[in-house]
Design a protein around this ligand. Structure first.
Ligand SMILES: Cc1ncc(COP(=O)(O)O)c(C=O)c1O
Length: 414
């Protein structure tokens, strides 16, 4: 069985590209995140190709997965970076990003973060608060920078077809600025002589289920900027979906491009995809610690938990979970739960699996985005190792070591 070009069974053994997952586990242990750089780069190219008819630039959204090896591979392939904190900017620059290819977004940038971004000369600020503009202006004076590119973020009051926790473009959301406020800022541009109001930003959510809401939001953005000839750049954010279940039908990136083609004329487009690049390039491997029959259910208690992958607990997200060694045997529903002391520490409900035993390995699929970046040390659990399989498909390396108990004590002073 094949889940995508890189994650597949070969002789009943789960492989990532041409590497048997069990080989990596033998050396690295569990839980471990494994990413296919080949798949991530393919996903990146697919997005670039879908928007080849536009003057479009892809800025990988580091919030989805900011591992340096992943950032480095995408930057080398030509991607810019969408960063939402000074920490992400620092990571992106460390991974080789040119500051001018970084966009700095975020609803709550601190003055210190803004000063850092200005000092580094980042390419764009996506602005979501009126008061942010003065902080940027002040930092520009301090660092003697002229003409800092600003993209005001429009809240288009469009409700995306996605989980409410990852919708950002409806009127009640904290994100963006209303059209009225943006109009007011654009009427007072001379208050900020070092800022260049050259773009508009709009992002309505993640894991978008249709192209219609995007088209509506982009049309609103275009209507907003039509009277301002100096605004030539439209940043349409991220949000392209990834399939979390085999056979799930979702709009392809090319469908988003096709929906935008008739309406976007003569603008430079910036894109900020995260999930659609890295989600299905990553898997989380976990080992069964215990098997418990209770309340007429089979519980597989595994060594990964909500501290490694919080999406199921946070968003009721579902991930396909499969055995690393495939079985043809009859399948029954099982509950895949972690060791953390929370009832919500469930990685998969009613997952159809053959009968498994302590020591067997499971792969949680489509775990590359919003997985490791959201991991925590709750219950004093060391965060897992991360491994990448190189673009050649046949070599791999550890790119982040498993934390130790001592690592968890390191920053404490007591
Ligand atoms: C402003 C902005 N850009 C880009 C992204 C990345 O979204 P995704 O990973 O769905 O592509 C997000 C995430 O929600 C976002 O808030």
């Amino acid at each position: 069985m094949t889940f995508n070009h890189s994650i597949h069974y070969h002789h009943n053994t789960l492989h990532i590209d041409s590497i048997p997952v069990a080989d990596i586990v033998r050396e690295v242990g569990t839980p471990v995140y494994i990413y296919s750089l080949k798949r991530a780069l393919e996903n990146y190219e697919r997005i670039k190709n879908a928007f080849a008819d536009f003057d479009a630039h892809v800025h990988y959204s580091a919030k989805a997965n900011a591992n340096l090896a992943i950032l480095r591979a995408l930057i080398q392939a030509g991607a810019g970076i969408d960063a939402v904190s000074a920490g992400e900017i620092h990571r992106a620059i460390t991974a080789g990003a040119k500051p001018e290819n970084i966009v700095f977004a975020g609803v709550g940038k601190s003055p210190t973060e803004i000063a850092y971004a200005v000092s580094q000369n980042v390419g764009w600020f996506n602005v979501e608060n009126v008061a942010e503009l003065q902080y940027i202006q002040t930092a520009a004076e301090q660092y003697q920078r002229e003409q800092i590119n600003i993209a005001l973020r429009l809240n288009p009051e469009v409700t995306a077809s996605t989980h409410p926790y990852i919708a950002t473009g409806h009127g009640g959301a904290k994100f963006g600025l209303t059209a009225d406020v943006i109009g007011g800022i654009l009427a007072r541009q001379t208050d900020y002589p070092r800022l260049k109001f050259a773009g508009l930003h709009v992002h309505i959510g993640s894991q978008l289920g249709d192209t219609t809401a995007t088209q509506t939001a982009v049309q609103k953005a275009l209507d907003m900027i039509a009277p301002y000839p100096a605004i030539r750049t439209l940043n349409i954010g991220g949000g392209f979906p990834a399939a979390y279940q085999t056979g799930q039908t979702l709009p392809a990136v090319a469908e988003f491009a096709a929906a935008l083609k008739p309406i976007v004329k003569d603008y430079t487009l910036l894109l900020e995809p995260g999930r659609s690049i890295i989600a299905d390039a990553g898997i989380l491997i976990t080992q069964i610690l215990y098997v418990k029959q209770q309340a007429a259910q089979t519980f597989y208690i595994v060594d990964a938990s909500m501290t490694e992958l919080v999406r199921p607990a946070l968003y009721k997200a579902t991930h396909e979970i499969v055995p690393v060694i495939g079985h043809e045997a009859e399948k029954n529903a099982a509950q895949i739960v972690g060791p953390v002391c929370e009832t919500s520490d469930v990685l998969g409900r009613d997952v159809l699996l053959p009968t498994l035993q302590t020591g067997d390995l499971l792969a949680i699929l489509t775990a590359g985005a919003y997985g490791m970046v959201m991991s925590s040390n709750y219950n004093a659990r060391p965060r897992p190792a991360e491994v990448v399989v190189n673009p050649d498909g046949s070599t791999w390396q550890i790119v982040r070591q498993r934390e130790t108990w001592d690592d968890l004590l390191r920053s404490e002073l007591g």
